[in-house]
Design a protein around this ligand. Structure first.
Ligand code: HEC
Ligand code: HEC
Ligand code: HEC
Ligand code: HEC
Ligand code: HEC
Ligand code: HEC
Ligand code: HEC
Length: 282
């Protein structure tokens, strides 16, 4: 009885947390929509790591991620051309830039970015700005990024729970622990706690906190890493790994269409409720 009540209380708190976060997300979405016109690109990354070590001499660098992967993937050059992969996990930083000393960051970027552009120019392949074209990278008036929010809505969440590509663990008979975890402050380790699954936003906030990754980092490390790993294993349609697939209007429209197709095939067109140990009737 006591346990039931405290569970209820927790459910209440969780509900409030979730609704508050949804309201905030909605509000953010609106702000973004005003700031970023749809004509922009979902793959724009502003590189300004050096701003943390004092003022920049030149404007931050504009990097169009999908323009690069579109060309390079066609040439069978993998993500590893620019990112390290450890234990089948993609590191989110470019080459070794995070490990570089502040004084070396500029040189690491220049050597890798301009180096590749030069190499490709020499053999007549499509390429980017070489040395000397400073303002093509240090662009003072970049296109605005236009990024749509992506989360796992009910249908998309169900598609993941239901996917044979994300196997259930024998002990739990479900795959929830592949994505969900709690944190043990004493051992400083994450662990899976059955029936405590909830939104990631509870711990992974907009900005990184001490040692806790931001939602952006946590999502990219988990979502993109898995999709990429499956694609590398030859699985077709295992979720997007390029920016536009998750953040572009066209990509999301495709996903919405597939979601609808999945819902149409379900009994009563209803997504099954998550069984989290709650009683079927109160
Ligand atoms: C291919 C793209 C590219 C080109 C071309 C390029 N840079 Fe950079 N540059 C970068 C990147 C990426 C960084 C790292 C930015 C950061 O981390 O803040 C950088 C950093 C810098 C920095 C340190 C950050 C700052 O603003 O104080 C300076 C100075 C700089 N570049 C000057 C130049 C000059 C001068 C040229 C032209 C001769 C040039 N760059 C050409 C990509 C480029
Ligand atoms: C031409 C180089 C290049 C290639 C190839 C490349 N990336 Fe990146 N990626 C970058 C750069 C530059 C950044 C910005 C981070 C930085 O400067 O440290 C980045 C950042 C990212 C981020 C983080 C985005 C964010 O804003 O948080 C993800 C996710 C990512 N890349 C995934 C991939 C995947 C998946 C592939 C292969 C399909 C790939 N990248 C291939 C250069 C590349
Ligand atoms: C492995 C090779 C490679 C690396 C590394 C690389 N680029 Fe490029 N870059 C390309 C190619 C290929 C294109 C041409 C893309 C196209 O034609 O759409 C390009 C195009 C560009 C353009 C022009 C985009 C446009 O709007 O036409 C910019 C700016 C640029 N790169 C910046 C960078 C910066 C900054 C970095 C480092 C963070 C970088 N590149 C690293 C291969 C590379
Ligand atoms: C592929 C990864 C993945 C798997 C597998 C997964 N989840 Fe989730 N789940 C998420 C993510 C991500 C969110 C947060 C969605 C958001 O906030 O946008 C979430 C949200 C939730 C929520 C909070 C939202 C809600 O609908 O109440 C619950 C409860 C939940 N998951 C339970 C489960 C259970 C139970 C399982 C196993 C049957 C499971 N999840 C399997 C990734 C996953
Ligand atoms: C109870 C708080 C909490 C919740 C809820 C939570 N995380 Fe975490 N997560 C952490 C902490 C703390 C770490 C360890 C520090 C770090 O790496 O950010 C972590 C680590 C991670 C990591 C990197 C470590 C690894 O090897 O997996 C990823 C990726 C991640 N979380 C994704 C998610 C996703 C996606 C969700 C939602 C489905 C989620 N987290 C829910 C607290 C949480
Ligand atoms: C453990 C592996 C795994 C993780 C983690 C994961 N996915 Fe997926 N994702 C899949 C698989 C497998 C599918 C194909 C599901 C199906 O068959 O319907 C998929 C499908 C998708 C699709 C649908 C693509 C389409 O064409 O309709 C989207 C969008 C997506 N994932 C987004 C996400 C997001 C966002 C996250 C993180 C919050 C995430 N995924 C985490 C494995 C994963
Ligand atoms: C598998 C889906 C997926 C892919 C692919 C993906 N992201 Fe994300 N991204 C997410 C999720 C989930 C979040 C957190 C929820 C949100 O803000 O939409 C996020 C958040 C972000 C954010 C913070 C929110 C914002 O818009 O300011 C940025 C920036 C971002 N992603 C950039 C990128 C870039 C650049 C790429 C390509 C290199 C990329 N993402 C690829 C799923 C993805």
């Amino acid at each position: 009885m006591v346990k039931g009540r405290s569970l209820l209380r927790w459910a209440g708190i969780l509900l409030v947390c979730v609704s508050v976060s949804f309201i905030c997300i909605e509000a953010q979405g609106e702000k973004e929509a005003v700031k970023a016109p749809e004509s922009g690109r979902p793959d724009l990354i502003k590189i300004d790591t050096m701003a943390a070590f004092g003022g920049l001499e030149l404007p931050p660098v504009t990097f169009f991620h999908d323009k690069h992967t579109d060309v390079l993937l066609k040439e069978k050059k993998s993500c590893e051309t620019c990112h390290a992969v450890k234990d089948q996990r993609l590191s989110l930083e470019f080459k070794g830039t995070k490990a570089a000393k502040p004084a070396e960051i500029k040189d690491v970027y220049h050597a890798s970015c301009i180096g590749c552009h030069n190499e490709r120019a020499a053999v007549g392949k499509p390429t980017g700005p070489p040395d000397g074209f400073c303002r093509a990278c240090h662009n003072a008036k970049p296109t605005a990024a236009a990024r749509r929010e992506i989360g796992l809505n009910k249908v998309l969440h169900f598609r993941h729970v239901d996917s044979k590509q994300i196997p259930a663990t024998p002990a739990e008979k479900d795959n929830c622990g592949t994505c969900h975890h709690e944190y043990d402050k004493q051992t400083k380790k994450i662990f899976y706690a059955k029936d405590k699954e909830g939104t990631c936003r509870y711990c992974h906030l907009d900005q990184p906190k001490k040692d806790v990754k931001s939602l952006e980092q946590a999502a990219h490390l988990q979502c993109v890493a898995c999709h990429l790993d499956l694609a590398n294993k030859g699985v077709k349609d295992a979720g997007p790994y390029i920016c536009a697939g998750c953040h572009g209007a066209e990509g999301l429209a495709k996903v919405a269409k597939k979601n609808q197709g999945v819902v149409d095939k379900l009994p009563n067109q209803e997504v099954p409720r998550l069984k989290r140990g709650q009683p079927d009737a109160a």
